[in-house]
Design a protein around this ligand. Sequence first.
Ligand code: FE2
Ligand code: FE2
Length: 185
Amino acid sequence: MANAIDTIHTDHANLTKLLDAIERQLAVFDAGEIPDYDIIRGIVDYCLNYPELYHHPMEDSILRRLRARDPAAAEAVGDLEAEHQTLKAETRRFAAAVDDVLQEFEVRRDNFDAMARDFVEHYRAHIRKEEEVFLPAAAKALSASDLAEIEAEIGPREDPLFADAAGARFEVLREKLIEWSREAP
Ligand SMILES: [Fe+2]
Ligand SMILES: [Fe+2]
């Protein structure tokens, strides 16, 4: 069974696919065409769901253990909890902007584009730091029983988009992602 660190790596790969998908839609938008806002909304809904309910709490839990096992390494990682709160606020702002577009409220194109690009860029930078600094430090410092405790603390989870047994909620988005992965060079 995948341990907590493996799960976080997998989540990052999945989140990166979603950030790529947002950028793909932004390229459509920048070309003056209409992107698929339902797809963007689906991605934002997912970001409000699984990462906030499981992914970030699991990382926070890993960091708490890293602080106990290797305080210097934890110090180098910095304040992930605060970054998660910032990402949460940015995700909500972006979700509200997508809702405004879907409800045909007046939204300035350049504002929407800048907000979407900031969202993608901040998420990517956060993931990069976790992959390069946080997870290697955690893999080195945490024992198997630390990881088992983290799993127990966070509890069972089902990724509503990427799990094999995912339900119907993100069906359309899931099909789109498969379609795009086939088109990718
Ligand atoms: Fe994180
Ligand atoms: Fe993460």
